[in-house]
Design a protein around this ligand. Structure first.
Ligand code: SF4
Length: 334
């Protein structure tokens, strides 16, 4: 993908360039002697930028690689190839103590806040832990800072001695957010932050994330399988398919005039607001292919209604088809 896939004139908070992540597949001894080691192509040559105070959406089906990208950026796992710059500095070059110090700059909230909160710790301990570890405030100020953070996410400081199981799903997500904010990060990664919550609570948490982003001047990478949520929250969106980004555009442009056949199929499948069940990916023919043996050429060709002979032979170039609107399709035109 071209290195210039960005729209912000000022230096972006995050630049991801040609990021690759392959996972080795476990095989028995005989199989490994007989053939090349198998690998899952989770992320293949992905590039994008997240601008200052921008909300950048990463959307795709399960298995598209979007959550792997979140973990790579948070340095929870290491990439197979590629580079990442955080505020212009080589983020992947950091190791050991330097990495531990710099981790405060990139924080993550997860789909299931309960799994990321230690059930034996009080809320006060959970939110105070990063403050103490990174010595963000003097020890005597930790209690007051925790109260401030709880208030910022809409929780009562008087509930700080309670345990995670005493809170609802939405409140737990607020605790996770308070913990992430404790370190004043430059970049917040939200991986499906509302998909485990009741629909009635989702809008409250999305509004809170937007509010927090503005108040704390955060750059936000918002990962979701749900286009209607992405439309509501994001400034720009990257659509992923089988480890690759197939389209990047401003949210309005993407929803008004998607250029890639995959994005077009996704948008055509969004149900009317009156439909209760969401069947976002159901209208696309066929199963998503195996990331161990991804299709040749354009990876979408086995499911694409517009595929021609060239599509199976050549990987389409990622082209800017309108200002700030990029797509990887041999036949897409603005
Ligand atoms: Fe479809 Fe071919 Fe475009 Fe891929 S390159 S999206 S298969 S038309």
């Amino acid at each position: 993908m071209n290195d210039t896939v960005q729209t912000t004139a000022v230096r972006p908070t995050l630049e991801v360039r040609h990021l690759i992540k392959h996972f080795a597949v476990r095989q028995d001894v005989f199989a490994s002697l007989l053939r090349e080691p198998l690998k899952v192509h989770a992320v293949d040559d992905v590039s994008f930028t997240v601008g200052r105070e921008e909300t950048f959406g990463l959307v795709g089906e399960s298995g598209s690689g979007k959550s792997t990208i979140g973990k790579l950026i948070a340095r929870l796992i290491e990439p197979t190839g590629g580079t990442m710059l955080l505020d212009g500095e080589d983020w992947l070059a950091l190791r050991g103590a330097a990495l531990r110090r710099a981790r405060r700059n990139v924080q993550m909230i997860f789909q299931n806040p309960y799994a990321s909160l230690d059930p034996r710790w009080t809320v006060e301990s959970i939110v105070a832990e990063p403050l103490s570890t990174h010595k963000v405030v003097p020890r005597g100020d930790v209690h007051g800072r925790v109260a401030e953070l709880l208030r910022a996410v809409g929780l009562e400081p008087s509930h700080a001695q309670r345990f995670p199981h005493q809170f609802s799903g939405g409140q737990r997500q607020r605790i996770g957010l308070a913990r992430a904010l404790a370190l004043n990060p430059r970049l917040l990664i939200a991986d499906e932050p509302v998909s485990a919550l009741d629909v009635s609570v989702q809008a409250q948490i999305l509004n809170l994330i937007q509010d927090i982003q503005e108040r704390y001047h955060l750059s936000l990478l918002f990962i979701s399988h749900d286009l209607s949520v992405v439309k509501y929250v994001c400034d720009r969106v990257a659509v992923m398919y089988l480890g690759r980004v197939v389209e990047v555009a401003g949210t309005r442009a993407l929803f008004r005039r998607p250029l890639h056949p995959y994005t077009q199929a996704l948008l055509a499948a969004i149900p009317e607001p009156t439909t209760k069940r969401r069947r976002i990916f159901a209208a696309i023919e066929g199963e998503i292919p195996s990331p161990i043996h991804p299709p040749s050429g354009c990876r979408f060709h086995p499911r694409c209604a517009r595929a021609r002979a060239l599509c199976a032979l050549e990987t389409p170039e990622f082209r800017e088809l309108a200002p700030g609107h990029w797509a990887a399709c041999h036949y897409a035109e603005a």
